[in-house]
Design a protein around this ligand. Sequence first.
Ligand SMILES: *Cc1c(COP(=O)(O)O)cnc(C)c1O
Length: 459
Amino acid sequence: METTMNKYKEVYEYTAKVLDIIEKTDVTKEEAQWITSETVNGFRENVNSGFLEYRKSVTKGGQYASVEWKDSGPNCFIDVNGKEYIDCLGGFGIYNVGHRHPKVVKAVKDQLDKQALHSQDLLDPLRAMLAKALAMLTPGDLKYSFFGNSGTEAVEAALKLAKIYHHKEGRSTFIATTRAFHGKSLGSLSGTAKGVFRKPFIPLVSGFRHVAFGDIDMMKKTMHACHMVGEDVAAVIVEPIQGEGGVIIPPDDYLPKLRELCDEYGALLIFDEVQTGMGRTGKMFCAEHYGVTPDIMTLAKAFGGGVMPASATIATEEVFSHLFDNPFLHTTTFGGNPLACAAALATINVLIEEKLPERAAEMGEYMLNGLREAAKGHENKVLEVRGKGLLIGIEFVSDEIGYEVAKGFFDNGVLTAGTLINAKTIRIEPPLTIEKEQCDKVCETFAKVLKEVDKAVLV
Ligand SMILES: *Cc1c(COP(=O)(O)O)cnc(C)c1O
């Protein structure tokens, strides 16, 4: 009894102290030190010490202990010691409308002030309105939306939709692609390609095959083989441009041909636009570059405007109608909650108002040229700079050089993303609101860092 009370007292005082910190926008030097040590120790003792080792691999000296604190305008953030970074990682593509866009923040605050979460039983208005906006916005006859909280949930819903669509026929084979990333819950992970992520958790969902991304002949052979052995394909799932895999852009005719192939074999086509959607690649949805409409499309990451976690799985009526008889077949408590819907509605509004897809195309082109220019004369280190819109990948000749460049970027106040699947490639995925001068700074930093890497690695 006594010890329980002591424990509660201790936890109460600790949480009270943290709440005081949360209340503050700026902190003193002493507070910054306390926050840093609590964070590093907390990661070591109570989160996962592996993260500290990872941070050490992508930073110089003691910089692994940098603790983020607050945003600084739409395109930057500040660590607890006041150092500013241009956010070229963009939360792996969360911040398409910038950090804390005022319109998104206002919508969420307005909603929060009247109702945070839904009753779970009555009809909630914003879910209906967001679904309508999405039906209007997305290509082709995509019409009905299921809302979740994360990319992997959006993919799970897509896979279950494909299964129920083919339920009577008993089709349950899925084809995904090599280097694909669809998330890490067991269903999505079955589609994800990287062995390191999958192997400890095998067996995954049965019926998944992987074929080389971009290889339409192999896809056709595999679809045919599946048919021959009586395991017809329920759906093919692809990212229109692979993000985590290292910004892999398929041949121009790949997705149109994939659409034809799926139609020929009666398989559904799922586009995972969790990373490529919401303007990232220079169109609202990457599918629009190729004039292809999938049967099911997934959205997350930037969908909540960088303010709320939110995801959507949108499908045609033909597919989605299989959930009409029993809408409780697939549900989630928090998916489509009013705060998330408010954020997503505001995000769509901002993307259109500020013409951010067009801006992504323009600034992407500018950044791509700048980075290529900076890489000139460094062919011994940089294999390729590629991208579409503001989804850009810099591929190095080795992991080691990739890590060195990432460290140099970070040291100079530019945050970039080594992709989780392919450490050789650094991704540049800034807010679509990034300014020209900030692009220039990133390219200048790249040039500078490449020169330094010469000294560090090649001698
Ligand atoms: C990030 C990502 C996911 C997983 O999203 P989470 O929100 O991390 O679950 C799925 N698909 C693609 C294409 C992604 O980039």
